[in-house]
Design a binder for this molecule. Structure first.
Ligand code: HEC
Ligand code: HEC
Ligand code: HEC
Ligand code: HEC
Ligand code: HEC
Length: 191
């Protein structure tokens, strides 16, 4: 009897564990996810009210796969000069003094089996906001797009059409180059 109870408990745990693993595997598909951050960094104050360009802080987005989160030294470009002190700015200065990195919580997470590269998109003129929404109005950043395969493909299909149009124009006027096409093959995003 007792053995049966233990066995039932184990089966229950295994089922619960399975469900947990399933949720983790869907981790990239969390529209509306906007976790609390160790420092309440307001995009609205920086990218909105003060019009600091996205690439000032996320400079990696132009040259590499990752947009990246700026190190605290970038924050100090301004906050070592600005006089305003708040509890949150105090936290920033403390972490810097203690020489530890700020433990920002990641908002967007694609599964590992998907290849995504910021520079391929940013250099071809796709705006940050087409994928991340109006971040410059957000107090706390949250995931706006679903990040599903269907979402990627929908935009790629639209751009593939545009690129064909450009190609036809290019055939008539040799001065215009063919634009690179946003891929629809599985191997563009999975390898
Ligand atoms: C002054 C620096 C700064 C500027 C300017 C800035 N950001 Fe950020 N951004 C951060 C920091 C710090 C974080 C990490 C904390 C957070 O998530 O709020 C972040 C996080 C993000 C995230 C979430 C990353 C994740 O974890 O998935 C996105 C998306 C983002 N920024 C987009 C933008 C866009 C788009 C703009 C321009 C409209 C912009 N940022 C301007 C500093 C900046
Ligand atoms: C075509 C869609 C798209 C565009 C355009 C785009 N992003 Fe992203 N961004 C994503 C996706 C998808 C992720 C999640 C990547 C992952 O988990 O590997 C992401 C992640 C991020 C992150 C988290 C850190 C990182 O590098 O993974 C930041 C910060 C960010 N984006 C900022 C920006 C900024 C700033 C711009 C414009 C300069 C921008 N993004 C343009 C889709 C986009
Ligand atoms: C290019 C200049 C610049 C950079 C870089 C910058 N900030 Fe700011 N930040 C400002 C300005 C301007 C304000 C508005 C307050 C003021 O005028 O002093 C502000 C305000 C803040 C506030 C207070 C918001 C409030 O009023 O409650 C926090 C918190 C903050 N910044 C954190 C950061 C962090 C963290 C970073 C680095 C990821 C950073 N800042 C990078 C210019 C900057
Ligand atoms: C808002 C539109 C848009 C969205 C959303 C988008 N892309 Fe793209 N993507 C483009 C465009 C435009 C290009 C063409 C860039 C170039 O080559 O100049 C591109 C190119 C690419 C490329 C390189 C070209 C190729 O096909 O080999 C990869 C890989 C890619 N995207 C992956 C993704 C993934 C993964 C997602 C979803 C997480 C995604 N994209 C979402 C517009 C988008
Ligand atoms: C433009 C990028 C892109 C292309 C092209 C693409 N995928 Fe995906 N794929 C994704 C993304 C992003 C995810 C993860 C999000 C999700 O599950 O919707 C994904 C997830 C998947 C999954 C896992 C589904 C699940 O529910 O966990 C499979 C299987 C898959 N893709 C197969 C394919 C096949 C087969 C092709 C070619 C016909 C293809 N993909 C083309 C971006 C792409």
């Amino acid at each position: 009897m007792r053995f049966q109870l233990v066995l039932m408990g184990l089966v229950g745990l295994a089922l619960a564990g399975g469900a947990g693993a399933w949720q983790l595997s869907r981790i990239g598909v969390h529209q509306g996810y906007g976790p609390q951050q160790p420092i309440a960094f307001p995009h609205k104050v920086h990218a909105g009210d003060n019009k600091i360009p996205c690439l000032y802080c996320h400079f990696g987005a132009r040259t590499s796969r990752h947009a990246g989160i700026p190190p605290a030294s970038v924050c100090m470009d301004c906050h070592s000069i600005l006089e305003k002190q708040t509890v949150e700015i105090e936290k920033l200065k403390e972490t810097l003094q203690q020489e530890r990195p700020i433990a920002w919580v990641k908002v967007h997470n694609l599964p590992d089996f998907v290849y995504f590269n910021h520079s391929q998109h940013v250099l071809s003129g796709v705006k940050c906001q087409s994928c991340h929404g109006p971040v410059e109005h957000m107090e706390r950043v949250q995931q706006v797009s679903p990040l599903t395969m269907g979402w990627c493909l929908q935009c790629h299909r639209e751009h593939a059409k545009l690129a064909v149009g450009d190609f036809q124009r290019a055939a008539l006027s040799l001065t215009q180059k063919q634009k690179p096409v946003a891929g629809l093959d599985c191997a563009s995003c999975h390898y």
